[in-house]
Design a protein around this ligand. Structure first.
Ligand code: ADP
Ligand code: MG
Length: 258
């Protein structure tokens, strides 16, 4: 569970978050919506320690992350998979290397272990056959083709899937997605929404999904938060969002109901 209280963050004189509270219960998928530049990514980055809040508290599974030392923060980071805005793949690395780069950089150099984990996560995101077929010649064939591909050989949707596969390495308890469907066509967006749902169900991960896409919200969210002017303007279920009479909520829904 993640509990955020009175979170404040400014850059110079620009106040981005001005006292944000939210609770994300275990196993839930929370969508965070709001206009471009309203602080969605800044919020997520503070939960993983990439940015430090000015005020307020963030507790992950009861641990106040602001009081963690470097090693404790490292341990916590192992529990959180982060799917960055854009796919954030390395163009010169192949799919295998892109998937397990984090594991490699954290000291795992055993090629068998790296391949094993890459097969597991690439299968989990649907880029390879089901992992139960791992020892079949078909799985090996598909693995050989896929693992050697470079990002430039992949479609937009496949790149996103590799980004998600990377976030699944090490079996995290949490997955944070920063705009996973932005830049994708509607059909591919829906496939990524399905993937988010599927991973939440199969791996029981607690997810935070930042999105612009109101259809994604209706599809994947247990709860939604709308950020506006540094504050939580709305919090509730996707259904509550639809029915809300708050003009700010209505404007958001109309604007993004493409
Ligand atoms: N590292 C930073 N330094 C200065 N300003 C930043 C930094 N990161 C984000 N901002 C500013 O904070 C605001 C919120 O950014 P962001 O959270 O990325 O918005 P979004 O809701 O679109 O994800 C923007 O005005 C952005 O320019
Ligand atoms: Mg952002």
């Amino acid at each position: 569970m993640i509990e955020i209280k009175n979170l404040k963050k400014a850059f110079g004189s620009k106040i981005v978050l001005d006292g944000v509270d939210m609770v994300i219960p275990h196993g839930e998928t929370m969508c965070i919506i709001g206009k471009s530049g309203c602080g969605k990514s800044v919020l997520l980055k503070q939960i993983v320690g990439l940015l430090t809040p000015d005020e307020g508290s963030i507790a992950v599974d009861g641990q106040d992350i602001l009081s963690l030392n470097k090693n404790e923060m490292f341990e916590l980071r192992q529990q959180i998979g982060f799917v960055f805005q854009g796919a954030a793949l390395f163009d010169s690395y192949n799919v295998f290397e892109n998937a397990v780069i984090g594991m490699y950089e954290h000291g795992v150099k055993d090629i068998n272990l790296l391949e094993e984990e890459a097969k597991r996560v690439l299968s989990a995101v649907g880029l390879l056959p089901d992992i139960s077929e791992k020892n079949t010649s078909n799985f090996e064939k598909e693995w050989n083709i896929l693992s050697n591909k470079k990002p430039s050989d992949l479609s937009g949707g496949m790149k996103k899937r590799v980004g998600v596969a990377r976030a699944l390495v090490g079996n995290p308890k949490y997955i944070f997605y920063d705009e996973p469907t932005t830049g994708l066509d509607p059909v591919t967006s829906e496939q990524i929404d399905d993937l988010v749902l599927d991973l939440a169900n199969r791996f029981k991960v607690t997810s935070i999904v930042i999105t612009h896409d109101i259809f994604s919200v209706y599809k994947v969210a247990n709860n939604v938060i709308l950020l506006n002017n540094g504050l939580v303007q709305f919090t509730g279920t996707a259904d509550d969002l639809k029915k809300s009479s708050d003009p700010v909520v209505q404007e958001f829904i109309l604007r993004y109901n493409k």
